[in-house]
Design a binder for this molecule. Structure first.
Ligand code: MGD
Ligand code: MGD
Ligand code: MO
Length: 764
């Protein structure tokens, strides 16, 4: 007999088909017109051999080895009973808090975890550590850290990044030209943070094209956008935008009215474009050799922007590179010069090709979310300064106008994220990782993070518990019914934390004396009341739970960003110091950062095709989001496994670059630079420019010699190659996309991939 349970993941809503206590398959949500292919990976992953069956402790740690001992990752694990594991974790929290203070407990735990908003491991961890006295957290995120730090200075808020952004319906109706920096890869549209019932990236883009919007994708990768592809060298978009600005200036087409009424500091940018401060005129002829885009093409495109109502967009990827502030700031400046900001379907917006739900209508009611507890330690780092924090306890650094100091980390606690997936320069991380005394991890699977921990606690997957899926960019709230029992000895993160909190004497503060079933009702009812307050009616909890979803009615009118500000900038000022769009920011200029001055500038990253380092490493590596997984999640599933080449992650390369290196399709290649090396399976493609290679993120880190920093990753994790630097002292965001490599044939016997089988287990 097959049971059917409504459920959801970040990669879509579905019905779980259950046979004899096992997940037999999934059926996509009936209301979804573009159900994500990724749904097909779930069943295999939930029952994969890589599930962690019981609690474990690293052998050396159990024997008393702390910092400076054996590097983690190279030792067997010893099984321990649950009550002993809970005692060890509670004991370490109490010890470190007592001796060093709570800021020495690093509980940032960045990562996506699962869609369910109550059993969200990271949120639950933060609540437990806050109840227990505090921790060091992480500010911002890997997705758009730099953009979200910059934009409040420029336009007074983050809405242009988080949304609501201009709706596709308005773009189709009012724009005639849409220039998409970073283009669009529909694979990215499979994902909502928190799960979604509607996926529409393909249909909305195709509808706009059919409605007569000329779509221009400016990207190193061809991507999926219907329309023209203008290939560009990675990390050079700011130069191209400056050249577009130059044409507008020289041909007297900048909207002086809009600039005068709605912006400040344009004269600084204009002088820079004309070359006053540095003698370099930022003309199309100047930009052509930097960007690889012909000067005539740049001039023609600028003229089209003047002739046609234009929408300018950029993917979040553009700011995930050294000096990532610049293209985002310059995009706003360019849109201001065109004067369309605040008109329906014009102006600028970010992330249309990045994630599901951007530009689709949704009434602005809060999504279902677990509220945080106040962190008494009030300690944080910018999200991607992880390795530097471990390397440099007490060290000073700069962030967004503040001088700050790194805490002295002794205990790392991670639940629901994976730094061995997401962080740059994994070999450097591995060396710094050795400095912590204790590392505790909750994971359903033996990911690289779990393998590099001291205490590993097996967590359930969402299929093993009741929860609610909810995303701020989707109009469905999704019931996630428990479908199967917890596998082996796995427990819910909430229950694990409740036991630890009890052992620390703060159980009630953590649980607020509610069990999970009560919490689900409370959280749902909060969203329902907020909706009612805004005059929007959604189903009550019982109906929602029985039907499997609640639908949020669409807003009556499309949201038009900056409309009120455009209409009357004095009555409706922006939340910037001047109340206007800051093309020049006194605040940022006042920080005195050479790596992020007072207006947008072209700065050459250390690593791009025009850098001296390109002599030795002549290929620019783009580590984009994987179409076959969510980050490292579901790498063991059918979709990801089906796309591997010779068992490795596929690396795409232009046929001419391959021919020059005597490489052929399907070959196992070694991708390397001074930071590290990995293997990959070669795919030849003309959908990217020469000099560019693409290796998606998310192949599980698989060092040939576990525990040895610098060891070859035999599977294809690009983060052994990427550089770990902040974008600038302003954003301090991750800089994954400015990265040079070389590729050669891998000689010798090809080592097997072992990332998806459990690590060595020792006798208890
Ligand atoms: N080179 C390069 N690196 C990048 C990027 C890039 O573009 N290039 N992109 C960056 C971006 S934007 C992001 S957002 C990050 C993503 O980085 P992460 O969010 O850290 O990646 P995930 O693989 O989603 O990690 C989530 C982990 O939570 C675990 N998990 C799932 N459910 C549960 C649960 O119920 N309980 C517990 N305890 N654990 C659970 C999963 O098994 C998984 O290991 O990567 C960043 N890294
Ligand atoms: N299937 C799937 N979808 C996902 C995710 C996933 O893991 N899997 N992750 C989700 C998450 S957490 C996030 S933050 C978003 C991220 O969304 P993005 O950051 O937008 O995604 P990316 O795939 O890294 O890059 C998007 C495009 O930007 C282009 N690009 C990169 N560098 C440059 C450049 O210098 N100039 C120009 N013009 N283009 C450039 C790339 O070629 C690519 O086509 O994706 C989300 N969607
Ligand atoms: Mo992200």
């Amino acid at each position: 007999m097959t049971e059917m349970k409504p459920h959801a993941a970040h990669w879509g809503a579905f019905t779980a088909l259950v046979e004899e206590g096992r997940l037999a398959g999934v059926r996509p949500f009936a209301r979804d017109s573009e159900p994500p292919p990724l749904l097909q990976s779930i069943a295999g992953a939930v029952h994969a051999p890589s599930r962690i069956d019981r609690p474990y402790v690293r052998r050396g740690w159990l024997a008393g080895d702390r910092a400076g001992g054996t590097p983690r990752g190279g030792e067997p694990f010893v099984p321990v009973p649950w009550d002993r594991a809970i005692g060890l974790v509670a004991g370490e929290i109490a010890r470190v808090r007592g001796v060093r203070g709570p800021a020495s407990i690093f509980g940032g735990s960045y990562g996506w975890s699962s869609a369910g908003r109550f059993h969200h491991a990271r949120q639950q961890l933060h609540r437990m550590l806050a109840a227990a006295g505090g921790y060091t957290g992480q500010l911002t995120n890997y997705s758009y850290a730099t953009g979200m730090t910059l934009m409040p200075h420029i336009v007074g808020s983050n809405e242009c990044i988080f949304g609501p952004v201009a709706e596709w319906a308005d773009i189709a109706r009012h724009a005639k030209l849409m220039i998409c920096f970073g283009g669009m890869r529909y694979g990215n549209g499979q994902i909502h943070s928190g799960g979604g019932g509607e996926h529409a990236m393909r249909s909305t883009a195709e509808h706009a094209a059919a409605a007569g919007v000329r779509l221009v994708s400016i990207s190193p990768l061809k991507g999926d956008l219907p329309g023209e592809w203008l290939p560009i060298r990675p990390c050079t978009d700011t130069a191209l935008m400056l050249a577009l600005a130059h044409v507008l200036l020289e041909e007297n087409h900048a909207d002086q009215d809009f600039l005068a009424r709605h912006t400040v500091g344009f004269e600084h940018l204009a002088a820079y474009v004309r070359g006053a401060p540095d003698g370099v005129v930022k003309s199309p002829a100047w930009a052509a050799p930097i960007t690889g885009v012909p000067a005539e093409t740049i001039t023609a495109l600028a003229r089209e922007c003047v002739r046609l109502p234009t929408m300018l967009t950029a993917t979040w990827a553009l700011q995930r590179a050294q000096y990532g502030e610049q293209p985002f700031w310059m995009l706003v400046a360019l849109a201001a010069m065109l004067g369309g900001i605040g008109k329906p379907g014009q102006g600028f917006g970010f992330g249309y090709g990045s994630i599901a739900g951007m530009g689709t209508p949704r009434s602005s009611i809060p999504s279902v979310a677990l509220p945080p507890l106040r962190n008494p330690a009030a300690s944080f780092i910018p999200v991607a300064r992880l390795t530097e924090m471990l390397e440099n306890p007490g060290g000073e650094y700069h962030y967004n106008g503040r001088a700050l100091c790194y805490p002295d980390t002794r205990l790392i606690y991670w639940a629901g994220g994976n730094p061995f997936h997401h962080h740059q320069d994994l070999n450097r991380l591995l060396r710094a990782w050795a400095r912590a005394e204790t590392i505790v991890v909750h994971e359903p699977w033996w990911t690289a993070l779990a393998r590099h921990a001291d205490i590993v606690l097996p967590a359930t997957t969402t299929l093993e518990r009741d929860d609610i899926g909810s995303s701020g960019r989707d109009r469905f709230i999704l019931a996630m019914h428990q479908a199967i029992p917890p596998q082996r000895q796995a427990r819910n993160d909430f229950n694990i934390f409740a036991d630890i909190a009890d052992a620390l004497g703060v159980g009630d503060r953590f649980t607020e004396q509610r069990d999970p079933a009560t919490w689900l009702r409370v959280l749902y009812d909060r969203t329902r009341s907020a909706a009612a307050h805004a005059g929007i009616e959604i189903a009550d909890f019982d109906r929602f739970w029985a039907e499997g979803f609640a639908e949020i009615p669409a807003p009556a009118e499309p949201a038009v960003p900056f409309a009120a500000f455009r209409h009357d900038p004095t009555e409706n000022p922006l939340n910037t110091p001047s109340g206007r769009i800051e093309i020049f920011s006194e605040t940022i200029a006042g920080f005195g950062y050479e790596d992020c001055p007072g207006h947008p500038v072209w700065k050459e990253p250390h690593e791009y095709l025009g850098a001296p380092l390109a002599q030795r490493f002549p290929l620019h590596l783009l580590s984009v989001q994987p179409a076959t997984r969510l980050h490292g999640q579901m790498d063991q599933g059918a979709v990801s496994q089906g796309a591997k080449v010779a068992g490795r992650e596929p690396l795409s390369m232009h046929p001419k670059d391959a021919a020059r290196r005597n490489l052929t399709e399907g070959m196992v290649v070694r991708v390397f630079n001074d930071r590290g090396a990995c293997l990959a399976g070669l795919v030849l493609s003309e959908d990217l420019g020469q000099g560019i290679v693409m290796l998606p993120t998310g192949a599980w880190f698989d060092p040939l010699e576990p525990g040895k920093p610098g060891s070859l990753c035999v599977h294809g994790n690009p983060n052994v190659l990427t550089e770990d630097i902040g974008t600038s002292r302003l954003g301090q965001g991750p800089s994954a996309h400015s990265c040079l490599v070389e590729v050669e044939r891998f000689e010798g016997p090809i080592p097997p991939v072992t990332a998806h089988i459990p690590p060595p287990i020792a006798e208890a």
